[in-house]
Design a protein around this ligand. Structure first.
Ligand code: F6R
Length: 245
């Protein structure tokens, strides 16, 4: 794992967008997995702009959504599917054949997990995952205590996730479960970038990078990834002790 500290959110986001574009240039059929939420918001905007400016042909890549709130669908502002649709699918006119996201409203959620795992396997695995980190150290909805070997699964949300998650929605929602790729997918992914910005994330970044790897703090799994990167701004890196700037 390598830690890169950027001066601010804008340069951090530009760098992530560059990574995405560079991957599509070298491997047009790449499989990319992205988190929703606030952290990758600007990276998505810049990625869309870069694709349009450079007129890159994106007809071969495949997109996988990291997670979804159980019970929510693409019509709910703040759902993960809503984010992916408004940030990427619509602006880049990505056809449904080129992406797969969890249906949080599926009757059979176990089947939903199985389908996701099969698709990822059939596509040859994930080339690049861009993830965020929650205030409890979660990645996706891999909540504290999660088994690091799991693939897609449905999970009872941690109290912190339920509370902090309200920030995405225009009205108070009852959030109880999430459906998510597992950390088994993350470890198997060819490259992973965990991105975080702002001093509010400084404590969790310190724990992810400097504490011992432990399932009670899922993001610590990044230390085990041979091609894992922590991309942070100065604020999120402000509590790190062993970092060269
Ligand atoms: C969202 C997701 C979550 C977020 C994390 C950080 O799809 O997977 O794990 O990445 O909670 O959220 P933000 O970026 O909003 O601070």
């Amino acid at each position: 794992m390598k830690v890169s500290v950027f001066p601010d959110y804008a340069t951090l986001s530009a760098s992530v967008a560059d990574e995405l574009l560079a991957l599509l240039k070298t491997k047009p059929g790449a499989v990319i997995c992205l988190a929703s939420g606030n952290s990758p918001k600007l990276s998505c905007e810049l990625f869309v702009k870069n694709i349009k400016d450079s007129q890159t042909n994106i007809s071969q890549f495949f997109f996988v959504g990291l997670d979804e709130w159980v019970g929510l669908g693409p019509e709910t502002y703040g759902s993960c599917h809503y984010d992916f649709k408004t940030r990427l699918f619509d602006p880049l006119r990505i056809p449904a054949t080129q992406y797969h996201v969890f249906n949080g409203q599926a009757e059979d959620l176990a089947k939903e997990c199985e389908v996701m795992d099969n698709i990822i396997r059939e596509k040859g695995g994930i080339d690049l995952m861009i993830v965020g980190i929650g205030m409890n150290g979660h990645i996706g909805f891999n909540e504290p205590g999660v088994d690091f070997g799991l693939l897609s699964h449905v999970i009872e949300l941690d109290a912190v996730t339920k509370r902090v998650g309200q920030k995405y929605f225009t009205e108070q929602l009852s959030l109880s479960k999430g459906i998510t790729l597992g950390l088994g997918h993350l470890i198997a992914s060819k490259k992973v970038i965990l991105m975080a910005d702002g001093t509010a994330k400084a404590g969790v970044i310190k724990r992810a990078v400097e504490d011992e790897v432990n399932t009670s703090f899922p993001a610590s799994i990044m230390q085990l990834h041979n091609n894992g990167y922590i991309f942070i701004d100065e604020g999120a890196g402000s509590q790190l002790t062993n970092i060269e700037r």
